[in-house]
Design a binder for this molecule. Structure first.
Ligand code: GRF
Length: 218
């Protein structure tokens, strides 16, 4: 059976792109990455696409006068490759409402916090400043309001004494690399779907385990 086609949009390092590339390499993964688009010509993540022989394109926002023109170029490139779902993975451009509406239910993002807490930028720094004891990441559908779309999945990690932005980011990133492929698979397999403002799982998905911080001392 033909695999579902994924487009991944990046702007930088591309470690989440790499985790998706590694995941789809499994024979039973129901999707393939058919296109990687970077908004930055020098994005390091493009090397992951090249190493995996995935078609890539750079669409530099500086070449376009308006956001709408830039988004139209993205849209055209995605349609050229018959892309079914788009994964934002460290894509640092705001998308226009039109683009988001056109791809509604097909556009996923990963964010390094347990949404709806800590939307926006400088998330890890803000988490440390606020004193939260549990951090994490979220994969969600994109809607016009930033970081506010239906949540597909989340993963949690403790904030530890002495954490810096770097150590906390690294701990969350490790979880991101597990969570994003898992959520993509659920969506592509139809095991999770949008139901109103939330994502509902089909029965059969069970979750266990607790994270308590500080942990019990005994
Ligand atoms: C990740 O922390 C992701 O959650 C956020 O941007 C970062 C991208 O990292 N949206 P990478 O480019 O995937 O390494």
């Amino acid at each position: 059976m033909a695999k579902t086609k994924i487009g991944v949009l990046i702007s930088g390092r591309g470690s989440n792109l790499k985790s998706l590339i590694d995941a789809v390499a499994a024979e039973d993964f129901p999707a393939e990455i058919a296109l990687v688009i970077s908004s930055q010509p020098k994005a390091a993540g493009l090397q992951h696409a090249a190493a995996a022989n995935i078609p890539q394109a750079t669409i530099d926002h500086r070449d376009f006068q308006t956001r709408e023109d830039f988004d139209a170029a993205l849209d055209a490139a995605l349609h050229m490759k018959d892309i079914d779902y788009v994964c934002l993975a460290g894509f640092m451009r705001m998308l226009s409402d039109k683009f988001v509406d056109d791809w509604r239910g097909k556009l996923l993002n990963i964010h390094p916090s347990l949404l709806p807490a800590f939307r926006g930028l400088h998330v890890q720094e803000r988490m440390l400043d606020s004193g939260v004891k549990i951090a994490g990441c979220t994969v969600h559908f994109v809607t016009p309001e930033m970081d506010a779309g239906p949540i597909i999945g989340q993963a949690a990690a403790p904030v530890l004494p002495g954490d810096t932005v770097e150590t906390l980011s690294a701990r969350i990133l490790e979880l991101e690399h597990k969570l994003y492929p898992r959520c993509l698979r659920l969506i592509v397999e139809g095991k999770a779907r949008i139901s109103g403002a939330v994502v509902a799982y089909n029965t059969g998905i069970t979750t266990s385990g607790t994270l308590i911080n500080p942990p019990a001392s005994d």
